[in-house]
Design a protein around this ligand. Structure first.
Ligand SMILES: Cc1cc2nc3c(=O)[nH]c(=O)nc-3n(C[C@H](O)[C@H](O)[C@H](O)COP(=O)(O)O)c2cc1C
Length: 221
């Protein structure tokens, strides 16, 4: 895998003077990139920061442009889709996509959802064919790996745990990752941030260990 796209979205910075204010997901992303480059030094890396440059929300004009055949689009419609095209190209060129995402209000941050909305395009990321019956939508891209590096303030969001039913982050990103072309999906999560106690330290340490395991595994593919 020679093309890594890293997507960050936390509104917190990586380097804040107060250690407790530093973004955990950005720290995990930075550590992932470092470990990855140690083992895959020819890899090309593209960084997309959705907090620094939030994606536009899609509009009626955007939808009309997206559903107009490319050759029939007006100049305005082509311009309308240029932001979407940029995100799409970054995804298309990547074989490994690392999304670092906090849990906000039990789901993904709005900027990340806006990015997915910009990327989900008929005849680009998905095909729509009613001859497939009740499931007309299929992904077009394939062969990629998506790694989600996440963090939450509370805890117990994994399957079988006490807040699993409140986790609208993992499942949603995993589902949409299929349309980024993900044939494999991994998540590494740090929890307990709001408690700032030993459980938090242990969870972050475990996340870093799990991340190193994922890097080792993917580097040998
Ligand atoms: C706007 C906002 C909403 C949040 N909502 C939740 C939540 O629903 N559940 C939770 O466990 N933590 C929640 N948190 C805590 C964050 O998930 C936690 O601070 C995480 O470490 C943020 O990622 P970051 O460190 O990369 O910024 C929220 C934090 C913010 C700022």
């Amino acid at each position: 895998m020679n093309n890594l796209l890293k997507v960050d979205v936390s509104v917190r910075k990586l380097h804040h003077q107060v250690e407790g204010y530093r973004s955990i997901t950005r720290q995990l992303g930075e550590e992932f990139s470092r470990l990855w480059m140690n083992k895959n030094n020819a890899c090309n890396v593209v960084n997309r920061d959705l907090a620094l440059e939030p994606p536009s929300f899609i509009t009626e004009a955007w939808l009309a442009a997206a559903f107009t055949e490319e050759q029939k689009r007006t100049t305005e419609q082509t311009t309308e889709l240029s932001e979407s095209n940029t995100y799409f190209q970054e995804v298309q060129q990547a074989d490994l996509i690392v999304i670092t995402s906090p849990m906000y209000n039990y789901g993904m941050p709005a900027a990340l959802k806006a990015w997915f909305d910009q990327i989900m395009r008929v005849n680009k990321t998905f095909s729509f064919d009613l001859s497939r019956g009740d499931y007309p939508i299929e992904p077009i891209l394939s062969g990629k790996i998506v790694v989600l590096l996440s963090s939450c303030g509370e805890f117990g969001f994994s399957e079988g745990e006490e807040r699993a039913h409140l986790n609208y982050l993992t499942g949603h990103i995993q589902l949409l990752s299929k349309y980024l072309g993900a044939t494999d999906f991994y998540e590494v999560r740090s929890e307990y941030q709001e408690f700032a106690d030993d459980r938090y330290e242990a969870s972050l340490m475990k996340a870093k260990k799990d991340m190193a395991t994922v890097v080792d595994k993917l580097s040998s593919v």
